[in-house]
Design a protein around this ligand. Structure first.
Ligand SMILES: NC(=O)c1ccc[n+]([C@@H]2O[C@H](COP(=O)([O-])OP(=O)(O)OC[C@H]3O[C@@H](n4cnc5c(N)ncnc54)[C@H](O)[C@@H]3O)[C@@H](O)[C@H]2O)c1
Ligand SMILES: O=C(O)[C@H](O)[C@H](O)COP(=O)(O)O
Length: 318
């Protein structure tokens, strides 16, 4: 089957050879949307959907499009477009590839906070030798992982290996080796109220939008630390600012925001005990190769469309 493939991400010769091996006869063009408009009318497969691109425009520019593979796991922008959801275009994402860097990012954040490393390094800048009196341990503490997919599971594994008690909230009941207590979403309040660390690894869907609001923060312990690496809109940012400022919870870390880049005048920048990273928790030198591995094995079986991995269920949105 002769397929026309457009990649918005630059691929090297070896990566392109492997695509030809998976689909002999396919043509591969790489380039940014503004450089590749001339080939778009023939494109069957789009690799690396560009979230800055207007979806209606690219649907018009690629009338033969049959499949999009995203390098992200989150696909909420595509899911918000009704024409795309109604179309027959197959969507696969990169869930499953971000677990290791994100679990390490989360663990690093938790250790930096509990061991008070940030203060120690701030003191170093002022040549101050201050032996901090209250670094804490993660060992024996309770973590609640909200959303136990590929990232949540890897996080649970890392935390369990640190000697933590791991509670997780999941839609379907399954056996989870690194989870001490698995709760259905209807019992999320139980998880929120027992946790020293609340870690959100959910997709953004209508159901999860604004899930972490004043009511949720009120359930948490006063010394709870809240971490969101999923999507900004699962958190009500004003309510988080209020919860931190009033001492309802003691600290937070955000990698994702309702508006990105975070606007210069956002109140989030200056909240004490709020640690911000600019949406890079999944970045890793392994990122592209891991995603291409999923893509290549799907490309081999695309003509039959049976058994493909990481197919997004457009009815549930992830
Ligand atoms: N910060 C980043 O750089 C970054 C990187 C990768 C992914 N993400 C975000 O993290 C999300 C999760 O990624 P993943 O790879 O683990 O995806 P995944 O599809 O493997 O896991 C999602 C999990 O959430 C569960 N879930 C969905 N709705 C739920 C609900 N209402 N209540 C309880 N559980 C629910 C699903 O059952 C599934 O287990 C992505 O959708 C994306 O938005 C962010
Ligand atoms: O959903 C995801 O997988 C990530 O948020 C996404 O991959 C972030 O990286 P970007 O594609 O924006 O570089």
């Amino acid at each position: 089957m002769e397929l026309h493939l457009l990649s918005f991400v630059r691929l090297n010769d070896e990566q392109i050879d492997l695509l030809h091996h998976a689909s002999p006869g396919c043509t591969v063009v790489c380039g940014r949307p503004e450089q590749t408009a001339s080939v778009m009318p023939d494109v069957d497969i789009l690799l690396g959907y560009d979230s800055q691109m207007d979806i209606d425009t690219f649907l018009q520019q690629m009338p033969k499009l049959k499949w999009i593979h995203t390098f992200s796991a989150g696909v909420e922008k595509l899911m918000a477009n009704e024409d795309f959801c109604r179309s027959d275009i197959l969507l696969t994402n990169s869930r499953g590839i971000h677990g290791i860097p994100m679990a390490e990012h989360i663990l690093g954040t938790m250790l930096a906070s509990s061991r008070r490393l940030i203060e120690a390094w701030e003191n170093q800048k002022n040549h101050q030798w201050k032996r901090l009196t209250s670094p804490d341990e993660l060992y024996g503490k309770t973590a609640a992982v909200i959303g136990l997919g590929s990232i949540g599971r890897e996080v649970a594994k890392h935390l369990k290996n640190m000697g933590m008690h791991v509670v997780a909230v999941k839609q379907k009941e399954t056996t989870e080796p690194f989870v001490d207590q698995l709760l259905p979403i209807a019992q999320i309040s139980e998880a929120l109220s027992c946790a020293d660390y609340v870690i959100v690894t959910l997709p953004l869907t209508p159901e999860t939008t604004n899930m972490f609001n004043q009511d949720a923060f009120r359930l948490m312990k006063k010394d709870a630390f809240f971490i969101n690496v999923s999507r900004g809109a699962v958190v009500n940012e004003n309510d988080l600012v209020a919860a931190l400022s009033s001492g309802m919870i003691c600290g937070a870390s955000l990698d994702v925001f309702a508006v990105e880049p975070l606007p210069e005048d956002s109140p989030l920048w200056d909240v004490p005990n709020l640690y911000i990273t600019p949406h890079y928790s999944s970045v890793s030198p392994m990122y592209l190769e891991r995603s291409l591995k999923i893509f290549r094995s799907n490309l081999q079986i695309f003509p039959q469309r049976i058994g493909m991995m990481n197919v997004v269920d457009k009815t549930r949105g992830y």
